[in-house]
Design a protein around this ligand. Structure first.
Ligand SMILES: Cc1cc2nc3c(=O)[nH]c(=O)nc-3n(C[C@H](O)[C@H](O)[C@H](O)COP(=O)(O)OP(=O)(O)OC[C@H]3O[C@@H](n4cnc5c(N)ncnc54)[C@H](O)[C@@H]3O)c2cc1C
Length: 552
């Protein structure tokens, strides 16, 4: 395969040559350095590279260019090579524009001119970015292809897994010529679908999540059997713990059963997270957090579910679903919550075939010019409605209450009101669904009149209340009636400590009823269900881990 590309663009020929020369000197043996003299010229080059099936690892653009600014170029380049790392070259006077670009084009870095000596100012930055790119699934698997049926739950599961783990892939329908050709070449039949084909031509029929994870270059096995800290759950709280734990010298492993990012990874735009005035997508935030955690040396295990926890002296043992175990001095439980299942006759038959929980990123492009129904009145449903309105001909938001004011943030309600394609249906519930190979019809009920009506649609997205899945902790740590984990002062009854508490001190603030085991984020009883608070609790849990370890 051809070397991946580093593209530099600057309208000043002297600067342009100097940048390309410095980059080539250090990286020329592993990367092909392409130089352009304007934004449009650079975009043409990118399109050509795309057509040739090559990859772009890094884009380095000067900001002040007459035809198209560096930020405008990087924004357009994201459509062609979204995974390429982006660096803006700026003069000191343009620092504000560069800071703005961090959000607009998800800039990785801005370099101030002049960048000399490059050994100090340029190479360390580019080294880190190229290393991150090379370690990402994008580098290895840019041409992963998935062949499947449009309406097949197993095909959806594969695509959803890849999308949630930020693995780029090409989706081919089996009844399209290219899909049929691949199926034929793999010697497979329609019964074997979904089929996954890697860039190297390796094929896999109906792979399990663990097989997919391995294929995607994600780690699935722990490097050792004893850690200072095991973090269970890879949402914002878990990633927060992993970043702080590893950066503060704890041997840290994070275990995630599905895809890092958790609920936040499903968000199309988080508008209220500090430091991102223009919002940030859950995927971008997750990608950055993941890179940050691994940079500090945390291990991230994917597709591994923790199903058991037990004390063994001062150690804590964690059991995986395959029966294997790891041990640690301390544990942070950051298992969050999962969507409740909508219980209406017929719906469960169509999960993954027209009925979806979350999954906006995977399915939105398929809903072009169709009617989409969304159930839920909270922010997650509102964000989904905004996202789908870019694709669907009409988005119907079904809510039980009279309006959204009690359940959704004002900024989001205002946003929904400005989009003509979105209709909010108050007092409306889904009471049934039907179809053949996929969902074709929904039955809706108006709670005020009790009257029902059917509507034709192939798309129902459900964002109703969420619940913690903590049954596996039954009898081990105190949970409240709904299954949320009780921590710190909430464990005390009057001044009495929880039954069986062995220490001569009260539980620390985020500590559970089992010493050395902490809970952070949505899974914790009384927690604020927000990205910022989850990250904050994840970080705070690590400081309590230190306090616990010091007293041991
Ligand atoms: C669509 C959507 C949009 C949202 N938008 C916003 C927003 O704009 N702003 C905001 O502040 N908040 C928003 N939220 C809420 C926010 O995402 C959550 O509060 C936050 O993600 C909670 O983080 P967490 O780490 O505690 O849990 P989660 O994000 O729920 O992550 C928990 C993780 O643990 C894993 N896990 C569970 N059990 C196990 C196990 N036994 N073994 C291994 N892994 C396990 C799960 O797979 C999951 O990845 C949104 C939520 C959704 C669903």
């Amino acid at each position: 395969m051809a070397n991946p590309v580093i593209l530099t663009v600057d309208d000043d020929p002297v600067v342009s040559r100097a940048v390309a020369r410095d980059v080539r000197r250090r990286y020329g043996d592993r990367y092909r350095v392409v130089r352009a003299n304007s934004g449009p010229e650079a975009l043409d080059a990118l399109r050509e590279i795309k057509l040739r099936g090559e990859q772009v690892a890094l884009l380095l653009a000067d900001h002040r260019m007459p035809e198209m600014t560096g930020i405008e170029f990087l924004e357009a380049a994201m459509d062609v090579f979204p995974a390429a790392r982006r660096v803006l070259l700026t003069a000191y006077a343009d620092t504000d524009a560069a800071i703005e670009a961090i959000n607009v084009v998800d800039l990785d870095y801005y370099l101030l001119k002049p960048w000399h000596p490059p050994e100090e100012k340029l190479y360390p930055v580019l080294d880190t970015l190229l290393e991150a790119w090379a370690a990402s699934p994008d580098a290895a698997l840019a041409e992963l292809r998935v062949v499947g049926h449009r309406w097949s739950a197993p095909s959806f599961k594969v695509r959803d897994f890849l999308a949630r783990n930020l693995v780029p892939y090409r989706w081919l329908l089996v009844d399209e010529p290219e899909g049929a050709r691949l199926l034929d070449a793999a010697g497979a039949t329609e019964a074997d679908l979904p089929l996954v084909v890697t860039a190297e031509g390796k094929t896999m029929m109906a792979p399990s999540q663990t097989e997919l994870a391995a294929l995607a270059g994600l780690t699935v096995s722990p490097a050792t059997d004893f850690y200072d800290l095991v973090v269970v759950g890879g949402g914002p709280a878990g990633l927060g713990s992993a970043v702080y734990g590893a950066s503060e010298g704890l041997r840290t492993v994070l275990v995630e059963r599905r895809a890092t990012g958790g609920q936040a990874g499903q968000s199309s735009r988080i508008e209220n997270y500090l430091g991102f005035p223009d919002g940030v997508s859950g995927a971008q935030l997750t990608d950055r957090a993941r890179r940050q955690a691994t940079k500090f040396g945390a291990e991230l295990l994917s597709t591994r579910e923790v199903v058991g926890l037990s004390p063994a002296g001062s150690a804590r043992l964690l059991r995986f679903d395959d029966g294997s175990e790891i041990a640690a001095h301390t544990v942070v439980l950051a298992t969050g919550v999962s969507y409740r299942v909508l219980d209406a006759p017929g719906l469960s038959d169509f999960t993954g075939r027209g009925v979806f929980y979350g999954s906006t990123a995977t399915e939105a492009p398929s809903c072009v010019d169709q009617d989409v129904y969304i159930v839920g009145g909270a922010n997650s449903a509102g964000q989904a409605a905004v996202h789908f309105s870019r694709y669907a001909s009409r988005v119907h938001l079904l809510i039980r209450g009279a309006d959204l004011t009690a359940s959704m943030s004002r900024y989001l309600i205002d946003q929904l009101e400005r989009i003509d394609r979105i209709t909010v249906h108050p007092h409306t519930t889904v009471v049934g669904g039907s179809g053949e190979d996929h969902l074709r019809e929904l039955t809706l009920c108006d709670a005020r009149t009790g009257r029902t009506r059917t509507v034709p649609t192939s798309w129902l997205f459900i964002f109703i209340g969420a619940e913690p899945r903590t049954d596996w902790l039954d009898g081990l740590v105190v949970r409240d009636q709904r299954g949320f984990i009780v921590t710190g002062p909430d464990l005390l009854t009057g001044r009495r400590r929880p039954a069986g508490w062995p220490l001569g001190r009260d539980p620390y603030h985020l500590e559970t009823s089992l010493p050395g085991v902490f809970a952070a984020g949505d899974v914790r009883a009384q927690s604020v269900k927000r990205v910022a608070s989850a990250v904050g609790e994840g970080a705070m849990a690590v400081s309590l881990v230190h306090r616990y370890l010091e007293a041991q």
